[in-house]
Design a protein around this ligand. Structure first.
Ligand SMILES: Cc1cc2nc3c(=O)[nH]c(=O)nc-3n(C[C@H](O)[C@H](O)[C@H](O)COP(=O)(O)OP(=O)(O)OC[C@H]3O[C@@H](n4cnc5c(N)ncnc54)[C@H](O)[C@@H]3O)c2cc1C
Length: 362
């Protein structure tokens, strides 16, 4: 095994130190009251992990912040999720529930209208969603309806209107100040706002739950998308975006049949399966397993890459991984520049050996 240099990303702030000179009309004022609407996703009666990260981000906007959580859906699982939401974080002051069959599936158009309606009624200073497919689908559309510009993919919050976000496929970090009108709308990278396990445990006091008055919502006039079907990854596998261990296969696997070795190894380690875009484009696995700039952003404790060259667009999705292990037969593959441990070798020999020798999870 060849130990490789630890990965250090180029972390550059492009905001001058006296940023108020850059944007003199808008000094950021920490005293300004912060009221935040968090758009939350729920599943099987619980708020999902990415939305809990969005709540954590909202709580870090200011010491004195009031958070309202917006949930939409229909049926008993929505109300069960509202109960969970009401006690999932001490900073939540209110849970707003939109119960209608228009929200049975999280389609962007009705959701965006809902956000517009709730914002116009309550005048929040901030609106936040996690930067998954749910948030990326809804928040920019809602921002357009509210005539503001969203700040996307935030990885750190320095002040209530000053944020850090990656640029150039994650090769630099840019500090930006939001200078527009309210609401300041953000999507946040959930891996950058981890939620400690104990804070997921229910807070002692429950916040109020109220129903959103949907009588003003004209969702029938907007039917640009329609729900067709939902397919879920195998339930027993951890969710790729939040997994502790990720095993990724690249084009080096050569066929969909060979890719099953990656799945076997992941199973043995209790890991999520990831893939490069080349592997997805070659049809080895579906595109919801793609990791990278245009796929999922992951930050596991252990990231294992087999037959992955380490293209910049792939690295953009794995930079926050704690330990990266790469197996590639080409000693000059760029993945080795970011790997903590590297094996120059044939994956068709290394994976069977790992399968044989690794103990597997209990
Ligand atoms: C706008 C844009 C967005 C993109 N977004 C993404 C993204 O989100 N995610 C992403 O992954 N890519 C993305 N890409 C594509 C990216 O540029 C690369 O093409 C892709 O990551 C390459 O995938 P790969 O490493 O599997 O394939 P390759 O680059 O072909 O590398 C395969 C590697 O396997 C090794 N190998 C082959 N056989 C073996 C063997 N038997 N044993 C060990 N090693 C072996 C080779 O040495 C090689 O290094 C994007 C590209 C663009 C232009």
């Amino acid at each position: 095994m060849i130990a490789r240099t630890l990965f250090t990303a180029f972390k550059t702030s492009i905001l001058p130190s006296s940023s108020s000179q850059l944007l003199p009309l808008f000094s950021s004022s920490p005293c300004r009251s912060v009221t935040t609407l968090v758009l939350a996703e729920h599943d099987s009666g619980s708020i999902n992990a990415a939305s809990l990260s969005a709540i954590a981000a909202a709580a870090s906007l200011s010491k004195h912040t009031s958070i309202s959580l917006l949930l939409a859906g229909s049926g008993p699982s929505l109300h069960q999720a509202a109960q969970h939401a009401a006690s999932c974080h001490p900073s939540i002051s209110q849970v707003l529930v939109a119960d209608s069959d228009k929200f049975t599936y999280p389609l962007a158009e009705p959701w965006a209208q809902l956000v517009q309606l709730v914002q116009q009624k309550n005048g929040y200073s901030h609106v936040i969603a996690a930067s998954g497919s749910f948030g990326k689908n809804i928040l920019p559309r809602a921002a357009a309806l509210l005539d503001v510009s969203p700040v996307t993919d935030v990885v750190a919050i320095s002040e209530s209107r000053q944020f850090v976000r990656p640029i150039y496929a994650g090769n630099a970090l840019c500090t930006v100040r939001y200078t527009g009108a309210d609401p300041c709308m953000l999507t946040i990278r959930s891996t950058s706002f981890p939620v400690p396990a104990k804070s997921i445990e229910l807070a002692s006091n429950k916040s109020a739950i109220s129903e959103v008055d949907l009588s003003m919502l004209d969702v029938d006039s907007i039917g640009k998308s329609r729900y067709v079907k939902q397919t879920s990854p195998e339930a027993e596998r951890p969710d790729l975006a939040n997994a502790r261990v990720v095993v990724t296969g690249g084009r080096g696997l050569k066929t969909a049949e060979n890719f099953k070795m990656i799945e076997k190894l992941a199973e043995k380690l209790g890991a999520a399966v990831g893939a490069t875009r080349a592997a997805v484009d070659a049809g080895f696995v579906p595109n919801d397993l793609q990791v990278g700039q245009t796929g999922k952003i992951v930050a596991p404790d252990l990231y294992m890459a087999f037959g992955v060259s380490g293209a910049i667009q792939h690295l953009a999705g794995i930079r926050d991984s704690k330990v990266i292990v790469a197996v590639n037969k080409d000693a000059d593959a760029p993945i080795f520049k970011v790997a903590d441990y590297g094996v120059v070798g044939d994956l068709f020999e290394v994976i069977p050996e790992l399968l044989e020798k690794l103990p597997g999870i209990k």
